[in-house]
Design a binder for this molecule. Structure first.
Ligand code: HEC
Ligand code: HEC
Length: 398
């Protein structure tokens, strides 16, 4: 029974073994080294508004320390936008807000698929991305950081320049990259820092050099550090009674680790969890088709990449649509989406959509699992053991 020292040790060892079986590795084993000069140039780039054509937005505008490198908002972006090429791949509909993703572990070993719908994916032989064969790099994080500056509504205003710039083709993206590279080349601080990082003359700076520095900064600054849970598993440190209980639920009857597993607490696969769809939705009218937008496979409707869970206590609100503010609500939505009547859409079309979501969800191992409030509270406490800080603070732009 609880209370006996032998039973406590047994429970701890069961939890340690479960974490190892689910693929947890020491934080250091995930690291990919990045040259310090590249990190330094990347940090300047990350914080500058010059990376947006209209000088309005910096990466740091939406990826803030204060919010665990996300933005604390349900939806980050906010405009429409439709065209050929890139937009076609998005499966039609308006390009519209999603919840900002944080950066923990991004681009470290084995982390090579990006965004909620996995639209940059280097897991297979050929990379999949909106560049459709014209990828600027074989490093998927370098490809991923190419997207924000040319995504309408994200860093590119809809009113930006000419029709060509708004067409969202690779050619129009390249025009924007050239303009940005030229601007950064001429910047008295960033130009020399980038030139030094790449050992080139400032006049030679191209956008690929910019993107490599940004990726280097993200990869280094947000790399995993040993969390209290790592220390528990790999260095025999203690966790609290509630953390252990929550951990046992996570790996045990909560079945969380069937999807949230591996070094980053994600299987890098796509599943449907019936989170309420707040906001307009990427596909319009309160709908976001998720992975389907990339694969156009109806089996992928409403599926999203399993989010990693490091620092998840800091990145409210939750889900691809940012519809839930409390971690406990995010967990409850996995097992019992109707627990809150507010989660049920009021519009008949959206309800029809919600039934489709429930149909997909019904095949997941969490569908209809009974977790009571205390179980969920303990899961929240457990997730708190996955916190750590970024290497250097990111300055917020004014
Ligand atoms: C307007 C807010 C906003 C700005 C500005 C912004 N981002 Fe993001 N970022 C987001 C949102 C929202 C997502 C999730 C989008 C999605 O998955 O569809 C995201 C996702 C990402 C991801 C994918 C992370 C993952 O887990 O796969 C990377 C990488 C990224 N952003 C890098 C950048 C960089 C680099 C910049 C600056 C060049 C930048 N972002 C600027 C809002 C923003
Ligand atoms: C079937 C796979 C699967 C299982 C099992 C699962 N999750 Fe998830 N989880 C996901 C996916 C996919 C999302 C994102 C869905 C979305 O945004 O639409 C998610 C989102 C989350 C989020 C929100 C993260 C964020 O950044 O927005 C938390 C927290 C979470 N899961 C915790 C848990 C816990 C705790 C359990 C066990 C009770 C669990 N999950 C079980 C797949 C799963």
């Amino acid at each position: 029974m609880a209370g006996s020292a032998a039973a406590d040790t047994l429970r701890e060892n069961v939890l340690r073994q479960a974490a190892l079986d689910a693929g947890l590795v020491p934080a250091e084993e995930t690291h990919v080294p990045v040259p310090p000069d590249l990190v330094a140039a990347g940090k300047l780039l990350f914080q500058t508004k010059k990376l947006s054509l209209e000088r309005e937005t910096a990466c740091a505008s939406c990826h803030l320390d204060r919010f665990g490198s996300a933005d604390g908002l349900p939806n980050a972006i906010g405009t429409e936008g439709r065209g050929e090429g890139v937009a076609r791949l998005m499966g039609g509909g308006d390009i519209i807000p999603r919840n900002a993703l944080p950066f923990w572990g991004r681009g470290s070993k084995g982390f090579e698929i990006f965004f909620w719908d996995g639209r940059v994916d280097a897991r297979g032989e050929a990379m999949i991305s909106q560049f459709a064969g014209e990828e600027p790099s074989d490093d998927p994080l370098v490809v991923a950081v190419h997207l924000p500056p040319v995504e309408l509504g994200e860093m590119l205003l809809n009113s930006a320049g000419s029709e060509t710039l708004q067409s969202e083709t690779v050619a129009s993206a390249n025009q924007i990259y050239d303009q940005l590279a030229q601007r950064l080349r001429d910047d008295l601080e960033i130009g020399p820092a980038l030139a030094k990082a790449h050992t080139i003359d400032p006049s030679q700076i191209r956008f690929i050099d910019v993107a490599e520095a940004l990726a280097g900064f993200i990869r280094h600054n947000f790399r995993l550090k040993p969390t209290r849970f790592h220390e528990f598993v790999f260095a025999e440190r203690d966790l609290s009674e509630d953390e252990i209980e929550g951990g046992l639920i996570f790996y045990g009857r909560g079945r969380c680790a069937t999807c949230h597993n591996g070094a980053y607490f994600t299987d890098f696969a796509f599943h449907t969890i019936p989170f309420p769809q707040a906001g307009f939705g990427k596909n319009g009218f309160g709908i976001d088709y998720g992975r389907y937008n990339v694969t156009l496979d109806v089996d992928d409707l409403y599926r999203f990449r399993t989010p990693p869970l490091f620092n998840v206590t800091k990145t409210a609100p939750y889900s691809h649509s940012g519809s839930l503010y409390e971690l406990s609500e995010a967990i409850r939505a996995h097992v019992d989406p109707l627990a809150r009547s507010e989660n049920v859409p009021t519009d008949a079309h959206q309800r029809a959509d919600f039934y489709q979501v429930l149909k997909q969800w019904s095949h997941t191992p969490v569908a209809g699992l009974a977790l009571d409030d205390r179980d969920i509270e303990q899961l929240v406490v457990f997730l708190g053991s996955l916190e750590f800080d970024s290497d250097q603070p990111v300055d917020e732009t004014e």
